[in-house]
Write a protein that binds this ligand. Structure first.
Ligand SMILES: Nc1nc2c(c(=O)[nH]1)N[C@H]1C(S)=C(S)[C@@H](COP(=O)(O)O)O[C@H]1N2
Ligand SMILES: [Mo]
Length: 386
């Protein structure tokens, strides 16, 4: 009885969220074994909506079940709306400090060696209090950026590789007391060294399908191990230059202000959002009788993990099990068996540790991080077990 009611409630919740797609719903439901039920979080935002505004899609972390969730659930954000790019006529221009400037069509990219990899990332604006809805994991296919740069012949003066999308916005730019309005494209950059990593992709497929408009059709940059902002969608131009690119989303937005204690002083540093900070969270709890399965995910910059641990009701940290499917740049699923669960309210928190001994900080330890970006604090969840 109880089981049926829970399934019905879950289905109603999915309907309310506009999420009932034949495949998605059957998957969510079939993932619950007989007699297993979802334990609700009491910390989760009450007004959670998977489509909070036009063009934005949240991933409901409570539905975390599979390593590769359906593509329609991949989170979506952008700053200037989603441009419509004609995949037949669109060209990628490679310009600047190269021996040969080139133009590439989607068909040209597809003729090059195919590279596939699972990459997960979050928006660096993700936030525990809002349930970290800007996160996704997918299998991307495309071709290596490094080999294209090589074919263009990078000049020895080149230091920086700038990536522009087809999307534009008008921004006020203030320098030395004068303000101008300038229409510009979304742009982000990588050092030539970072751009030359063999795993950096120009991706034209996600989960075996052509990229959707929301995810950057016809192709986008995928920088494994970096925050979402690096993965420029609707890629239109790659420009090599000898100086740092200081566009809005490198140097004004997506800048983290962090203090470091030095004796009795605090040294303040501002850095552009880049590699993902070590982070984990408990996303879903299900119960069968008196035992619960606690499931969650870890994000890293590709540095291997040493451990993921879970603490219940402020008890000792106990090791969780990492899933076999995890790869270097995917999100890493973990699970933990919580035995002899008593009815009532409980707290659950996870923390990740990498092979260098870096430990995911508590929220309190992030006190000297003053801007909202890169929030990788431990996320203390509360659940009520009936
Ligand atoms: N062209 C373009 N690319 C962009 C953005 C943008 O506004 N324009 N936003 C970035 C940010 S901030 C994030 S978090 C990711 C989100 O990618 P997704 O919508 O595929 O999840 O795209 C990045 N790429
Ligand atoms: Mo973002």
């Amino acid at each position: 009885m109880h089981h049926t009611a829970t399934r019905r409630e879950l289905l109603r919740g999915l309907f309310a969220a506009g999420l009932v797609l034949a495949e998605g719903s059957s998957r969510s439901l079939s993932a619950l074994a007989d007699g297993e039920e979802v334990v609700p979080f009491t910390d989760f935002p009450k007004d959670f909506n998977v489509a909070p505004r036009s063009g934005v899609r949240y991933f409901d972390t409570r539905t975390l079940e599979s390593f590769l969730p359906p593509s329609e659930q991949f989170f979506t954000v952008q700053h200037y709306g989603q441009p419509t790019v004609d995949s037949g006529t669109h060209r990628l221009h490679v310009t600047g400090l190269v021996n040969r400037s080139i133009e590439l069509s989607l068909a040209d990219l597809k003729k090059r060696p195919r590279l596939e990899q699972v990459v997960g990332f979050e928006c660096s604006g993700n936030n525990n209090a809002r349930g970290n809805p800007l996160v996704g994991n997918a299998r991307w296919a495309g071709t290596s950026l490094a080999s294209i740069l090589k074919d263009c012949g990078v000049k020895s003066l080149a230091r920086e590789v700038v990536f522009f999308g087809a999307d534009k916005g008008t921004e006020e730019v203030s320098h030395g007391g004068s303000t101008q309005k300038v229409e510009q494209r979304f742009g982000r950059s990588l050092s030539l060294e970072d751009a030359s990593r063999p795993e950096v992709l120009l991706a034209y497929e996600m989960n075996g399908e052509p990229l959707s408009q929301a995810q950057g059709s016809p192709f986008r940059l995928i920088v494994p191990g970096w925050y979402g902002v690096a993965n420029v969608k609707w890629l239109e131009q790659i420009h090599l230059q000898d100086s740092r690119f200081m566009g809005k989303f490198m140097a004004r937005e997506y800048v983290t202000l962090r203090g470091h204690k030095q004796n009795s002083d605090v040294v303040w540093n501002e850095t552009s959002v880049s590699r993902m900070q070590l982070k984990s969270m408990v996303a879903r709890v299900t119960r069968s009788g008196s035992s619960c399965k606690v499931a969650g995910f870890v994000l890293t910059d590709g540095t291997p993990l040493k451990a993921v641990e879970v603490s219940i009701d402020n008890g000792p940290w106990k090791p969780a099990t990492l899933a076999k499917s995890n790869t270097a740049y995917s999100w890493k699923l973990f699970s933990f068996q919580w035995q002899d669960v008593k009815p009532g309210e409980h707290t659950l928190v996870s923390r990740a540790t990498d092979v260098h001994g870096n430990v995911q900080p508590s929220e309190a330890e992030l006190e000297l991080k003053k801007t909202r970006w890169e929030n990788n604090g431990q996320y203390v969840r509360t659940v009520v077990v009936s």
